[in-house]
Design a protein around this ligand. Structure first.
Ligand code: DGL
Length: 276
């Protein structure tokens, strides 16, 4: 029997929600899900041995995404959430083809929020090089409103700066000013934080762009879409006890716990190292 069929047969409302990312950055999405869906169990997968994905080729990212999807389906999840913008941008078709359970992705969630937020109909999007080169945000935003003008900028250095913990460092301020100066030369009123790591840079980015520009955090938008999907499909857990949180990673790198807890905003228990 294929993984696809096996998972479909056992799927029930008490199963966990599978969330995945290239590393620990997707814990920003888990954090938002824990707040919005307090009785739902979550199985998180972070490919910590192979992160970052944002500077890799489309073929490699799609191959890794397929492996992670198979792994989470074997954990019998009832819903898959692609928390990684890079995988959402270039590997969504592969993931959807493999999955018998509904799949949600952060780009759709962020694009919807941005289309709703902009009054000027000028939106800026920042993300990893793979996300920006894919043009996935522009396509997704245009599905909601084709008249919105979109200006994008890859910010490759933001991921390592966040991993280093330089959330309020002069180098980060300088880097943000440099990256954002081009998009700010357009009359944008909305800026999409199109990467799992960027919500941690919100204070710096907001200071650089000014209060007139609204930041769209796809983690929050994602939690809202997950709630809607559970309602649509009748998949809310009927249990009213503390849910189970499981964290699967492919490596435990130096400072993993500290960095992971920074993303999650609380302690990170039940971490298990697995091989794909
Ligand atoms: N998770 C990735 C994203 O949201 C950022 C880290 C990486 O490059 O793998 O695009």
């Amino acid at each position: 029997m294929e993984v696809k069929d096996r998972v479909f047969n056992v799927m029930d409302r008490t199963s966990s929600i599978g969330v995945f990312d290239s590393g620990v950055g997707g814990l920003t999405v888990v954090r938002a899900l824990m707040e919005r869906l307090p009785f739902e169990s979550i199985s998180y997968f972070g490919d910590t041995a192979r992160v970052p994905y944002g500077v890799k080729s489309v073929e490699t990212i799609a191959h890794f995404a397929g492996q992670i999807t198979d792994f989470l389906l074997q954990q019998k999840v009832k819903l898959l959430i692609v928390a990684c913008n890079t995988m959402s941008a270039v590997a969504l078709e592969v993931i959807r083809r493999l999955s018998p359970v509904p799949v949600l992705d952060v780009i759709h969630a962020g694009a919807r929020s941005a289309a709703m937020a902009t009054k000027a109909r000028y939106v800026a999007v920042i993300g990893t090089p793979a996300t920006i080169n894919s043009n996935a945000y522009a396509r997704a935003i245009h599905q909601f409103d084709p008249a919105i003008r979109i200006f994008s900028q890859a910010c490759a250095l933001f991921v390592p700066l966040v991993e280093e913990g330089w959330l309020d460092h002069p180098v980060t301020h300088l880097t943000a000013r440099e990256y954002l100066k081009v998009v700010l030369s357009y009359p944008v009123d909305t800026l999409v934080l199109g990467c799992t790591h960027y919500p941690l840079l919100k204070p710096v980015i907001q200071e650089v762009v000014g209060v007139g520009i609204q930041l769209v955090d796809s983690a929050e938008a994602m939690a809202e879409e997950a709630a809607e999907m559970l309602t649509d499909k009748g998949l809310w857990s009927p249990l009213r006890v503390s849910p189970e949180y499981r964290f699967y990673v492919t490596d435990i790198p130096v400072r993993f716990q500290t960095i992971g807890e920074r993303f999650l905003g609380r302690s990170l228990p039940n971490v298990k190292v697995v091989q794909l």
